[in-house]
Design a protein around this ligand. Structure first.
Ligand code: SF4
Ligand code: SF4
Length: 331
């Protein structure tokens, strides 16, 4: 009992010292006059997620999110809802039209941030989310979620600087890949000249290629100018009967299954009769999110060639894609 009384007295002395000291030293204040005064939050504090955009002049066009839905799939309480934005032709714009987060359900775990391959979603520090309504008021929409990269820097400066450096390095790497090979030095060019001057192998137009006689004649005449090689083997297909309508040139396929809005059965139907690599491509989620380390086509080609043995890497396609890949590869 005696000990308890001493502890109580010690505590009161500390309180009294802070009470008096706080009139002279602001640091001794343990409370602030909220909401007029606010304590600056530590850099690693977090509340709810927000979406990063790069330019104030056009937040929608410069948002980093590509609507790949990985965060929607991985969010443990399933509080994210995303709908892809599409152009008039129905093609995906690779950004969300709808991006909702139900903050009454969000458990602030940050898993959405960890899984996003595009540094598009980050944790905010804003904790003032109290609302009067219990339903739609607690759902944050795209407009509420979009915040600038400057804002991200203001709340998590160290992390934001590291992200900027990473994105810059990735952009440089991409640009270097796209850049044409440097011109050969004059001496090297001279040495290489005879090889360059050598005629290219002739291009044969197969007899069963689906061209009309007219198209075949045009190709035979113009191919050399287009590709720099003579066209040969132009065994003419049977000429159409006089007066018969000219056949239409075959339409370019343009990977019609490459649309994340199509269901897996729809995509597989479009890839019927195609090569294994194309069927594997159609089985992917078509978001080009790079969670697998490739774009969708690259991952399919890597599996088809045997360079990539793991068929479970398509995160947005999840179990459905993996099952289809298993069926196609027999793995
Ligand atoms: S994982 Fe990133 S890019 Fe994909 S939908 Fe979520 S925020 Fe957007
Ligand atoms: S913080 Fe966790 S619970 Fe909240 S949206 Fe992200 S993944 Fe879901």
């Amino acid at each position: 009992m005696g000990l308890l009384g001493k502890g109580l007295l010690d505590g009161m002395v500390v309180t009294a010292r802070n009470f008096v000291g706080s009139y002279f030293d602001k640091e001794r204040l343990t409370t602030v006059q909220y909401p007029e005064e606010r304590i600056k939050l530590p850099e690693n504090s977090r509340s709810f997620p927000f979406l990063v955009y790069d330019k104030d002049s056009d937040p929608i066009a410069t948002m980093r999110c590509v609507a790949c839905k990985i965060c929607e799939i991985e969010c443990p309480p399933q509080c994210i809802y995303i709908v892809m934005d599409r152009n008039e032709a129905g093609k995906p714009n690779q950004r969300p039209k709808v991006f909702d987060i139900d903050i009454s359900v969000c458990m602030q775990c940050q898993i959405c941030v960890e899984v996003c391959p595009f540094e598009a979603i980050k944790m905010d520090t804003d904790y003032e989310k109290a609302k009067f309504g219990r339903f739609d008021d607690l759902v944050e929409h795209l407009d509420d979620l979009l915040k600038s990269n400057e804002y991200y820097h203001s709340i998590h400066p160290t992390e934001a600087a590291a992200v900027d450096a990473k994105l810059e390095a990735e952009a440089k790497k991409k640009a270097a890949k796209k850049a044409p090979a440097p011109a050969a030095k004059p001496a090297e060019a001279k040495a290489a000249a005879p090889a360059a001057a050598a005629p290219k192998a002739a291009i044969a137009i197969p007899a069963d290629a689906p061209f009309t006689a007219e198209q075949r004649e045009w190709l035979t005449k113009n191919l050399p100018a287009i590709v720099g090689a003579p066209a040969t083997g132009a065994a003419p297909a049977a000429a159409p009967a006089e007066g018969a309508p000219a056949e239409a040139a075959p339409a370019a396929t343009d990977d019609p299954w490459h649309d994340p809005g199509l269901s897996l059965p729809e995509r597989m139907k479009l890839a019927e009769g195609k090569s294994l690599a194309e069927k594997l491509f159609a089985a992917m989620a078509q978001t080009d999110c790079h969670a697998c380390g490739y774009d969708c086509k690259g991952y399919a080609e890597a599996i088809a060639s045997g360079a990539e043995p793991d068929i479970s890497l398509c995160v947005p396609g999840a179990a459905e894609t993996e099952a289809e890949l298993k069926k196609l590869t027999g793995k």
